[in-house]
Design a binder for this molecule. Structure first.
Ligand SMILES: Nc1nc2c(ncn2[C@@H]2O[C@H](COP(=O)(O)OP(=O)(O)OP(=O)(O)O)[C@@H](O)[C@H]2O)c(=O)[nH]1
Ligand SMILES: [Mg+2]
Length: 300
């Protein structure tokens, strides 16, 4: 069962994590929120932000801490996940809100990839802490955001999952602090609904483990086990320099026996369904190691 730790923070503190596709204005939003120029933000054909960066400033009588992150598509998913862990560890009590940033006007295939990466990496728990930010508010023109989002199923689904919490920002209009005050109001409303709980590094890591466990599906583990068995048969055959079916079968049988021995405790412990195949893999590997040692020592 997933452990959800609710951490309380000083009500005057506000921790925010910003994340989005590269170039949509994540760092510009971070600067705009804090009224600073701490996060490098510029028009560029290559990603500008490469590491998570934290900065705290006082905004509307609150100590607001913002973590800017390297954005989706600027690195591999594994590296990005590791960097996001570092970012979350910068706020030990967790973040009150995740601001998921998109740019108004277009919603491309890459934006959809951001959405699926976000859902998979941050997990369901993150949704109640998420507010969607649309930058380039200067491009909204005559349509309402509801009208625009209804044109794209993925976007409207995401907005629904985030409880229709969104905010439009024009980062070019820095003198208009009203936009920031309004956003802080939305964040505070969400925090109250979440009883001041935070999205924590633990939740993020638990989600990463869930993704890892999905890869360890019983089917995958049995396939790995089969490979080990065949490999031991082959290595037994080549070690003995006897390239015949009998020697190959002996090798396979050794690994198979060890695999069965490994699978039994797993199957008995039925509460954990991957324990059976995982036991087979461990058993098979052990069988392979013993087989190799026996061959190496010349025992027949
Ligand atoms: N017109 C307009 N430009 C914006 C807005 N927000 C950001 N920009 C511009 O978009 C460009 C990219 O902004 P960044 O903040 O560097 O974008 P980022 O998402 O942090 O990008 P990387 O760090 O490179 O991944 C900059 O030139 C910003 O001035 C906005 O609301 N309106
Ligand atoms: Mg940036």
């Amino acid at each position: 069962m997933e452990r959800v730790v609710k951490k309380m923070a000083d009500p005057c503190d506000l921790n925010l994590l910003l994340f989005g596709k590269t170039g949509v204005g994540v760092s510009a939003t971070a600067n705009h929120l804090l009224g600073v120029n701490e996060f490098k933000s510029e028009q560029s054909l290559t990603p500008v932000t490469e590491r998570c960066q934290i900065h705290t400033a006082e905004v509307s009588n609150k100590r607001v801490t913002v973590v800017d992150s390297p954005n989706f598509s600027s690195t591999t998913n594994a590296k990005l996940t590791a960097e996001l862990k570092k970012g979350l560890s910068m706020c030990p009590s967790g973040v009150h809100a995740i601001l998921l940033v998109f740019s108004l006007g277009t919603f491309t295939t890459q934006d959809m990839e951001v959405v699926s990466f976000f859902k998979q990496t941050f997990g369901k728990n993150a949704m109640k802490h998420t507010i969607i930010i649309f930058t380039n508010g200067d491009r909204l023109q005559n349509k309402t955001l509801e009208e625009m989002s209804s044109e794209n199923t993925e976007l409207s689904t995401l907005m629904k999952e985030c409880g229709w919490r969104f905010h439009v920002l024009n980062n070019n209009e820095l003198s208009n602090r009203e936009q920031v005050t309004e956003l802080l109001g939305k964040i505070e409303k969400m925090i109250a609904e979440n009883l001041n709980s935070c999205y924590t590094l633990l939740m993020f890591e638990t989600q990463s483990n869930v993704v890892l466990l999905r890869l360890m599906k019983p089917g995958n583990l049995y396939a790995v086990n089969l490979l080990i068995v065949v490999f031991l048969g082959y290595s037994n055959m080549s070690n003995k320099c006897l390239f015949d079916v009998k020697t190959f079968t002996y090798g396979c049988s050794g690994a198979l026996l060890a695999a069965v021995a490994g699978v039994l405790p797993g199957v008995l412990y039925t509460l954990f369904p991957i324990a059976g195949p995982a036991g087979a893999v461990v058993g098979g590997t052990f069988g392979a190691a013993v087989g190799a040692a026996v061959d190496y020592l010349g025992i027949d």
